[in-house]
Design a protein around this ligand. Sequence first.
Ligand SMILES: Nc1ncnc2c1ncn2[C@@H]1O[C@H](COP(=O)(O)OP(=O)(O)OP(=O)(O)O)[C@@H](O)[C@H]1O
Length: 534
Amino acid sequence: MSLLRLHQITKTFLTYGLDEIVPAHKQPWYGKLARASLFWLRNKHKDKPIGTRLRLALQTLGPVWIKFGQMLSTRRDLLPLEIAEELAFLQDQVQPFDPAMAQKLIEQALEIDNIHEYFAEFESKPLASASIAQVHAAKLQHKDELKDVVIKVIRPDIEKQIQADLSLMERFARIVVNLLSEGKRLRPVEVVREYKKTLLDELDLMREGANAIQLRRNFEDSDSLYIPEVYSDYSRKNVLVMERIYGIPVSDTEALLAQGTNMKLLAERGVEVFFTQVFRDSFFHADMHPGNIFVSRENPHNPKYIGIDCGIVGTLNREDKRYLAENFIAFFNRDYRQVAQLHVDSGWVPADTCVEEFEFAIRTVCEPIFNKPLAEISFGHVLVNLFNTARRFNMEVQPQLVLLQKTLLYVEGLGRQLYPQLDLWKTAKPFLEHWVQEQVGPLAVAKKLYANLPFWAEKMPELPDLIYQNLKRRPPSAVTQKADTATKPLLLGLAASSFAIISGLSFIFDKPVASSLLAIIAVLVFISAWRKTG
Ligand SMILES: Nc1ncnc2c1ncn2[C@@H]1O[C@H](COP(=O)(O)OP(=O)(O)OP(=O)(O)O)[C@@H](O)[C@H]1O
């Protein structure tokens, strides 16, 4: 750990008076003593509100802290609203690094002597320069074609700096746990760990490339989203080469209007794309800030998004999706009892939770939201409120759900900026209802059974043997014999029915061999069950 960096950070925190976040009467004696011993580092910004001071301090400390502040700005469940809003203004304006260095890094990564071995042209002036990477335009000679591409290069030595700052940040987080009475609820160590993981993932461009390839495949035939092609052969951990896109930045409303974009459709498609990613693919782009979203210049009446920067993605399992869909539906039906019951039934909150109390708590935070017209309700805020309430009842909210809630806030913000009358609920409801229907309907049962077919196909040859062995086993005692006489035929009957159903399904799904085998087994087991009853 660099002592110099520790000094810089402490100095910045104290000269912006961030120690005042903890009221004096809540500070332990050793905290006060430590502060007093650094008496020459005075708060030089007394006139500014605490949110502004926090923003300025993070800005002074550089990219790792700026990105951390940006992440915190979306955690309205953790921070007071005024601080979260102030942090949303954080901008990472960083100087570009030397293009000659960028070129050298690319050559080293691709193990070539000269960049022109692969790239017919390389623009030295960067297209963009962010805290972690720099982007250059180029022309790639690929399969006898000249392709317009961009090359993203990770800044030199950034990993070391990031690791050093992150380890200091972790130390500060541990201090906050002990120092603040609120320390435990805010879970700073977990928040920093989650941030660390996200940031370190962003340093691996192979991951970003793989995510982009997956998203592109998921939306291959879509009218709503386009993901540029990644050229994996020319990409490495610190270099990513992808198709250059020429869309309109989604924040440029003027340009979108000027080309006659159907703004209503565009806004609705944002919501549609998001819910498709979540409920159909369980794989969503989780860094949907406006800088990463463009709109195609083609077909403005049938507008298509272009998404870049797939460094952060979220995935959800079936339980997470069920949690979301059923809670949203119950919430929008104002059925708080159902919301509470769902949490208990699924084990998200402990089984001994008082459902009435939980329902009451949910009603208290959620009912005021319905003072607005349905069209103005924010899904993201509904989730924030739900998570906050559930946490009070000992539910551990999973990081992937928090990531989703943050993305939802972005998606809503974007949709309403494009088309203020956007009715989110109307757009999203069919997705949620359709998904829930699919999970419980007969087709869902058929699909699950179908998914288990390979397992049964593997075990089937052993089954007659197993049944035979089991029936033949040890001479039963008088008591068990009585029980066996009653239960064995029943169990065998059940097993036979299952085989018959799976056999039918195999036939429907065009697996005639498996179907015939299963049918034979079903008949054999039925005969065995029938003989037992005799
Ligand atoms: N495929 C592309 N075609 C055209 N321009 C691109 C492309 N990819 C990136 N850019 C430009 O480079 C900028 C930065 O790219 P990207 O967001 O991937 O980098 P980043 O380092 O992750 O930035 P940030 O941290 O701000 O998200 C984009 O805002 C865009 O202007």
